[in-house]
Structure formats: C-alpha cells, structure tokens
Design a protein around this ligand. Structure first.
Ligand SMILES: [Zn+2]
Ligand SMILES: [Zn+2]
Length: 201
C-alpha cells in the first residue's frame, strides 16, 4: 500500500488518511498535502506593514502570487489603465505609478483613502510643510506665527492630541486653535484621574 498522493510512492503510515508519514505531517502543519500551500496564506503583512493578498491570477501580483492590497483595491476601481496622477495630472501606468495612502496609514486600504500618484509627487509628498499642504486635505494650521502640519503640531509640547485627531477636527470645521489645544476626551479622563489622585494623597 502506497501513499494516495500522486507521485509520492512512500508507504502508507496513516491508514485512515491513506498517506505516508511526510504527507500526514505536512497536512497537519499546513492544512494541505500540497507543498506550495505552505506559503499561501490568504493575507500577509510585509516587514513595512503593507498588506498583501494571495491572488495568483492578479495582473499586479508579484512572483510569489501576492498583490499589495492597496494596489488591488485601486485596480478594481481603475481597471487596466490606472489613469493619471491625482496631483499633477501626469499620465501614469501600473508599472510606474504609486498608490498613495492619503491618511498615511498604510493599513487603511479603503478606496476613499487611496489615490494614484506619479513617482515625483509621491517622493515630494510630505517633505516640507509647504509641499504637504497641497496633499494633506486639511492644510497647515497656524498659531502664534507658527505654521505646521497636523503631524508637525502633534509633536509640539503644548499640544496633547495626535495628528489624526487634529485632522479629524479640522475636517469637522474646528478652528486651528480649538483643533490643536482642546484636550482629547481620554486625555481629559487621565488628567481628571491625576487630579483625583492628587486630591486623595
Ligand atoms: Zn506521501
Ligand atoms: Zn504627479
């Protein structure tokens, strides 16, 4: 009696499954008798945190059969022609274009967070507050003569909220001053807790 897997030829060690020892343990480890199945997770994350989807038929797949999720999402919208750069209008192709995460969160692959950029605009993006202003939907915030991005302001010692909170507030129409200096609810909660601790001590 030999292993039921085509081309194996090793003797059966596990009668109920009719497979050899090697195939039995491979199936236990990977959920498949197929050797290649080992690397075929449906979704994985690369070292930089980009999401990859197992998609061996996708036109934008890599040599391993994975496609970047953000590129796959954009491809579903645009089709074979990726259109032109969302900032400068330069015609682009899938082999040259960058699919940019507008909120800078590379795990946010929702369609409305993605746009096609040419290489120049993508490199340019975010380098200085002025260049960033064209790109960031809320622009620069100003206080006492200082102008900076939401992210830049979040590093200011006077500001207790992070960049995405500032941007969210600006999108809601808050003034620069309110968006920067209103403590967030959790921050206020912590401050309150500290206050109570001090009172108790
Ligand atoms: Zn076998
Ligand atoms: Zn461009």
């Amino acid at each position: 009696m030999i292993c039921k897997i085509a081309g194996c030829g090793k003797p059966i060690r596990y009668k109920s499954q009719q497979v050899c020892q090697m195939h039995y343990f491979r199936n236990m480890r990977t959920g498949s008798y197929d050797l290649k199945a080992k690397s075929r997770q449906q979704r994985r994350e690369n070292q930089k945190g980009y999401q990859l989807i197992w998609s061996p038929q996708h036109p934008l797949r890599d040599s391993q059969g994975y496609v970047y999720e953000h590129r796959a999402v954009m491809y579903r919208i645009k089709g074979d022609d990726c259109g032109s750069c969302a900032l400068c209008g330069k015609p682009e192709s899938w082999s040259t274009c960058h699919v940019d995460h507008i909120d800078e969160n590379i795990k946010n692959n929702a369609a409305q967070n993605l746009r096609v950029l040419c290489r120049g605009c993508n490199v340019f993006r975010g380098r200085t507050p002025e260049s960033y202003q064209n790109l960031c939907d809320v622009g620069l915030l100003e206080h006492e003569g200082k102008r900076d991005t939401a992210h830049g302001w979040s590093k200011d010692p006077r500001v207790s909220v992070n960049g995405s909170t500032i941007r969210r507030r600006k999108r809601k129409g808050w003034s620069d001053h309110k968006a920067l200096f209103t403590p967030s609810r959790t921050y206020r909660g912590k401050a309150k807790a500290r206050e109570l601790e001090r009172a108790a001590a």
